[in-house]
Design a binder for this molecule. Structure first.
Ligand code: FMN
Length: 350
């Protein structure tokens, strides 16, 4: 049994041990498909989809995903319990492994809809929503939230929030370890300016040892992830995973004890280009998908030229396989030139 002082780290089999964060406009189905070429085990989250968009909009567009994306969680934005329950049912019917409620987004648009981070001020409403979702589905219902809103800095606020939602049946909490300032900061600033306070999240785990507590915010290196896993059950990584995707190639082995799917970046690129070809065959433009993979060679010589070729507007009418050839040549050329002139291969790695 975990004690107050020493929570037991979650076994490697926990679905929440490591995840890639929901990121609007970034973690779409193409992005998640790409991430699956790098890690099989890491849990992937969709972008936030509002209950309104799901109930009144184009459901296949919002819900369709590739089978390879499992395990995959749908994140909902909304606050009306009946709507949340209806959307949770949709999530389950479409085959998602989890449904997650966003209580952390600070954008003004979201505040006008009275959901996202401002829901932290309404724990009873969140509890009703969570209960309605749990009554409607068998898949796990989880909540992603902040440690506070505006200038509320006390631990008690987040503890009471978690306690209230846990009473409604939620067992998994993903905690972005900074406040959301609902006025005066853009969403981007709200991911950078309010200070990170990991200790509060660790304290949550100590106080609620039976709950699954996942920490999020500002975590970059594998060592930082491993360190956090000494205190909490799971780590969610957002921007670092997106910008430096190759890092994920080591995650299955290090954090789950199973071999990962990727032997080399070239092998990942090859599989990815095959996927892009299928995107084209289904009548969609490949650059929409490719934008998520532009960081693949980051840290290696030639990365910048490779990225430039793949983002060159003039090449967008070509087949992905043709662009791949040009990109590989440009990368080799630039990497070769660098070593021939004695400039280190990392010089152009930005
Ligand atoms: C472009 C972008 C879009 C985001 N969209 C969402 C979202 O839809 N839902 C959500 O809960 N968080 C969203 N976030 C916040 C992330 O999930 C995460 O909490 C935040 O980036 C902190 O983690 P990190 O420092 O590892 O990136 C977004 C972040 C970024 C960078």
């Amino acid at each position: 049994m975990p004690t107050q002082e020493e929570p037991t780290p979650t076994p490697a089999s926990s679905p929440w041990r490591l995840s890639v964060a929901p990121m609007l406009d970034w973690t779409d189905r193409h992005c998640r498909r790409f991430h699956r070429l790098l890690t099989r085990q890491t849990l992937l989250y969709t972008e936030m989809v509002t209950t309104g968009a799901l109930l009144h909009g184009d459901q296949p567009r919002h819900l369709d995903f590739n089978e390879e994306e499992h395990p995959v969680a749908l994140q909902l934005g909304g606050s009306e319990p009946a709507d949340l329950a209806a959307c949770a049912k949709l999530a389950e019917r479409w085959g998602y492994d989890e449904v997650n409620l966003n209580c952390g987004c600070p954008s003004e648009r979201v505040q006008r809809g009275a959901f996202g981070a401002c829901l932290m001020a309404e724990p009873d409403l969140v509890a009703d929503g969570v209960k309605a979702m749990r009554d409607a589905v068998g898949i796990p219902v989880t909540v992603k939230h902040r440690i506070g809103i505006d200038k509320i800095e006390s631990y008690d606020f987040v503890r009471d929030f978690v306690g209230r939602i846990a009473d409604a049946g939620c067992e998994v909490f993903i905690v972005h370890a900074r406040n959301a300032w609902l006025k005066g900061l853009s969403p981007k600033e709200n991911r950078e300016v309010p200070p990170l306070r990991y200790a509060l999240v660790h304290q949550l785990k100590r106080e609620f040892p039976h709950l699954t507590i996942v920490i999020n915010g500002g975590l970059k290196t594998d060592d930082e992830i491993a360190e956090q896993l000494q205190h909490v059950d799971g780590v969610m990584v957002g921007r670092q995973a997106y910008h430096e995707p190759w890092q994920m190639a080591g995650w299955d082995e290090r954090f789950f004890g199973t071999p990962g799917p990727a032997q080399s970046r070239e092998q990942v690129e090859q599989a990815w280009v095959q996927y892009l070809e299928r995107v084209v065959e289904s009548g969609r433009p490949w650059p929409q998908a490719m934008r998520h993979a532009l960081g693949l060679y980051n840290g290696l010589g030639g990365a910048r030229r490779w990225r430039q070729i793949w983002s060159d507007h003039k090449l967008k009418a070509l087949r992905p396989g043709e662009v791949a050839l040009q990109a590989a040549q440009a990368r080799a050329q630039q990497a070769g030139m660098r070593s021939a002139t004695g400039v280190g291969p990392l010089a152009d790695a930005a």
